[in-house]
Each structure stands twice: as C-alpha cells, then as structure tokens.
Design a protein around this ligand. Structure first.
Ligand code: KG4
Ligand code: ZN
Length: 328
C-alpha cells in the first residue's frame, strides 16, 4: 500500500509517498514564507493562492519516478490550520482521489506532528508529547495513536509565535525561530527575562509576558549586533528553562510515560532539545523527529495515515472537509 501525503495547513506545501512498511519513497516541499516577508508574518490569502498555483506541479514532480497507479491511498491535512490553505489542499486531494479512484483520508495536523516521531524511533505508549509550533504549545499524555490526553497548553501565544515576534523585534525575517537559534550561539544568557508560569503548580504555559518584556528591554537599550545575540540567547534560555521545568513536573504527575517526544517546528531547536534532555531521569529517552520533519511537511501526513491504518483507526472519507479548528 503506497500512501500519498499532502500537507497545506500553513505556509508550507508538503508532499510525500511512503510504502506500507513505512519506507519513504519520495518527498517534496515548497515554502511560501518568503512571500510573507514583506507582510511581516503569515499572510493567508497570499499563501493559499500560492498553494493552488504550485500544488499540481509539486505532486507531479514528487511522483516523477512513479506512475499515478502507484498511489493506493491519499491522506491530506484537514485541520487545524489556516482555513484558506486547508481548503486548497483538501479540494486538490478530493479531485485527485476521485480521478485516481483511490480512498481519501483526512488527517489531524497535530496528531501527525506527534506520530511522525515513531518513524525513526521505537516510541512506546504511553509517552509525553510536547508539541511546540507556530500555532500550538501543548503537552499531551499519548496513550495510543488516537488517544491524546491534553495535560497542559499555552494560555496565550504559542511558543513559535513568541520566537517569530522576538525575531522580528531583532530585525530578522519571518519565520524567525531559526535565526534566534543561530545568533544565540554568539550570545550569553546574561539578561534576566521572566520565565512565566515556571513555578505554577500546573502544566500550562504563557509566553506573551516574556515577549512583552523583550520588547520593553529593547525600547530601553540600543540594539547592537552583540546585544542582539544576548537578547536572543537570553530569550531562548527562558523558554528552555520553562520547558525543562514543565517536563519535570509532567513526569512527576505521569510516571507511566515511557519516553518524551518533542515535535513541531520549534522542536527543531537543538538548545531546547538539550534542555529537556538534561532533566529526564535515568535512561528515559527523548525522541525528536529530525529538524525537517519537525517543521511542516508531507511525510508526517503520509506516516500518520499509515500508523492509523495499522491501528485500525483510519476512517475513509471522500468528503474530507477543511476544519481550521480541528482538535485532538
Ligand atoms: O510546525 P511548524 O512548521 O508550523 C506550524 O504548524 O505552526 O512550526 C513553525 C514554527 C515557526 O514559529 C518557526 O519560527 C519555528 O517553528 N521554528 C523554530 C526553529 N525552526 C522553526 N523555532 C525555534 N528554533 C528553531 N530552530
Ligand atoms: Zn505544524
């Protein structure tokens, strides 16, 4: 069984073909982030038009060494995400499934971010998953491929949003997380930014106060290249401490967890991984997808479909409907 995965929930169009044993046969990715740079952040209409323009060519190019008959199943992100982007992906996938006469499955983007961690690792259930991206910051106790218990989440900004906004204050283009990580290497964590909710007796997060405090600091200080690096590094360290503390607390509350998974675009950050790894007790493993599978991609959609199929939980649905507020 070969699964074609299609992802268009935000500003990346991802396509991938995997076979029934989970081997990745082909993948393609196009980012429209550059088109958003003049707008300073995600610009839904521009992105949706670009998805519509490039998707047929991206699929064709990805499948260049295969024939259409090789595709047995199509899986597409049906939510959550930007409604205009989801509509393009779902409409395209519906058309393709009808013309190829193959079943179509709608996949939850968040579930796919988490499940893809098992593509290269032996991840046993139950495990803790820290899903950190541009739109989400949630901790789950994952009991099986379909049972995700949310045990903590952000009260305001997603952590990726905070990375992007701080990056913008420092003069970096969108998406800014990768620039923060890069310049942090030249800086020291010498500025004492707050670590919101770190001592709260729950597993929730808050990042808007941290972001605001970076903004206030920058209003009072002249931005040099050296200061940029210190601000980036200090901000990143605050986030690292928060994640390390909340994972410690989560493991106290859920000792049954057999591992911790960090996933989503922000989990591409090596310093954040290291901070979480450093607080794991004994030989409890930390599993993170490789960076290009942390940020949005088509592989995770195809992989999730395969995982759900193996678990007997894939629901065939020719009328896959875009659901921007889909929950896990
Ligand atoms: O998962 P993703 O590609 O899209 C969403 O589903 O939101 O995550 C995108 C987010 C952006 O906020 C981006 O700045 C952040 O992931 N990001 C990073 C890094 N790479 C991407 N944040 C921190 N460090 C990174 N290396
Ligand atoms: Zn994502």
């Amino acid at each position: 069984m070969k699964v074609l995965g299609i992802e268009t929930s935000c500003d990346e169009a991802g396509v991938a073909l995997i076979d029934g044993s989970g081997v990745l046969l082909a993948q393609g990715l196009a980012s429209h982030a550059e088109l958003c740079v003049p707008h300073g952040g995600v610009f839904p209409e521009v992105i949706a038009r670009e998805h519509a323009r490039i998707l047929p060519g991206l699929v064709k190019q990805t499948l260049k060494d295969f024939s259409w008959q090789d595709v047995d199943v199509i899986a597409v992100t049906s939510g959550p995400g930007l409604v205009s982007s989801l509509l393009v992906g779902c409409a395209f996938a519906r058309g393709l499934s009808r013309s190829l006469q193959c079943p179509l499955y709608g996949i939850n983007h968040l579930q796919a971010h988490v499940l893809v961690a098992s593509m290269e690792n032996d991840v046993r259930y139950p495990f803790l998953a820290l899903l950190i991206s541009g739109g989400h910051t949630t901790l789950y106790l994952v009991k099986n491929p379909v049972t995700f218990l949310p045990i903590g989440s952000t009260n305001d900004d997603a952590v990726g949003e905070a990375f992007d906004k701080v990056a913008r204050m420092l003069g970096f283009p969108y998406p800014g997380g990768v620039h923060i990580e890069r310049v942090s290497k030249q800086g020291q964590p010498c500025i004492d930014f707050p670590k919101p909710m770190i001592y709260h007796d729950n597993l929730d997060f808050s990042f808007s106060g941290l972001k605001a405090s970076v903004a206030r600091y920058l209003e009072k200080n002249t931005l040099t290249e050296e200061l940029k690096a210190h601000v980036a590094c200090s901000f990143q360290e605050s986030v690292a401490s928060i994640f390390a503390a909340k994972i410690t607390k989560a493991l106290e509350q859920y000792p049954e967890a057999k591992s911790v998974v960090m996933t989503g675009g922000v989990a591409a950050n090596q310093r954040l991984r290291e901070a979480v790894r450093s607080v794991l007790p004994g030989n409890l493993p930390l599993f993170c997808p490789k960076p290009r599978l942390c940020t949005d991609n088509g592989v995770m959609i195809a992989w999730a479909a395969r995982e759900l199929y193996s678990y007997g939980a894939l629901q065939k649905n020719y009328d896959v409907v875009a659901n921007p507020n889909m929950r896990l």
